[in-house]
Design a binder for this molecule. Structure first.
Ligand code: PEP
Length: 251
């Protein structure tokens, strides 16, 4: 059975102290509450170990926002999947459009990152999505299918079952323009059909597909009410407990 998930992506925000406070405040807000989704925070690397040892990671899963495409060695400045796993983090966001655009991450590079994440017991939250020109020229389905095929379809089904997908139309990320509920459902259904064609209905049905792109307290309920939208990857609104909690509670 697939899970409902609300995952925050803090991006490059919060000092260590600010991040610890935010994580603890979120933990306090969640404690004693019955929520109908898994809650995850995607923090900068430097926060992972401190946060993982300061809060109940059964209440809030911890995610990195990236990992290296190499296992170890002379790659100055990089952080490996094994290092991420050693902090207590259980997830890693891979292929975010900001990584693809600003740091040249291709599907080929991402394929390596996914393999290393899985080999180290991390769950990849694999991001896919089209830019505005691609949607306007009707190429959005092809773009998303290519990202999934080239980044993930080398995996055997038992490994693919460990992947969480996040559909994030690039034109909706951080812009305040959210995909309509219909646009989100249409793409999520297409993604599930693409998974079913490659891995079969059971794998497709069991895969959580999150929506990301200016999701907020006002639109989360409608987005999450779609049969193929299993939660959200939340950027801006994950930086404040007051904005993030209503999204968690939208399920
Ligand atoms: C994101 O960065 O993954 C994201 C969805 O950002 P925002 O919610 O701010 O659009």
């Amino acid at each position: 059975m697939r899970k409902n998930i609300v995952a925050g992506n803090w991006k490059m925000n919060n000092t260590l102290q600010e991040g610890l406070n935010l994580a603890k405040d979120l933990e306090a807000a969640l404690k004693g509450k019955k929520v109908n989704c898994e809650v995850i925070i995607g923090t900068p690397f430097i926060h992972l170990a401190s946060i993982a040892s300061s809060i109940d990671t059964k209440l809030i899963g911890i995610s990195a926002q990236n990992c290296a495409d190499k296992a170890s060695g002379a790659y100055t400045g990089e952080v490996s999947a094994a290092m991420v796993a050693s902090t207590g983090a259980k997830y890693v966001i891979l292929g975010h459009s900001e990584r693809r655009t600003y740091y040249g991450e291709t599907n080929t590079i991402l394929k390596e990152k996914v393999a290393l994440a899985l080999a180290n017991g991390l769950t990849p939250i694999f991001c896919i999505g089209e830019v505005l020109e691609e949607r306007n020229s009707g190429k959005h389905f092809d773009v998303v299918e290519t990202q999934i095929r080239e980044g993930l379809f080398n995996l055997p089904a038992e490994d693919f079952r460990k992947i969480v997908l996040a559909y994030e139309p690039v034109w909706a990320i951080g812009t305040g323009v959210t995909a309509t509920s219909g646009q989100a459902q249409e793409m999520h259904a297409f993604i599930r059909k693409t998974l079913a064609a490659n891995y079969g209905e059971s794998v497709a049905d069991d895969t959580s597909i999150l929506y990301g792109g200016s999701a907020n307290a006002g639109n989360a309920k409608e987005l999450f009410s779609n049969p193929d939208v299993d939660g959200g990857l939340i950027g801006g609104a994950s930086l404040s407990v007051d904005k993030f909690m209503p999204i968690v509670e939208a399920f």
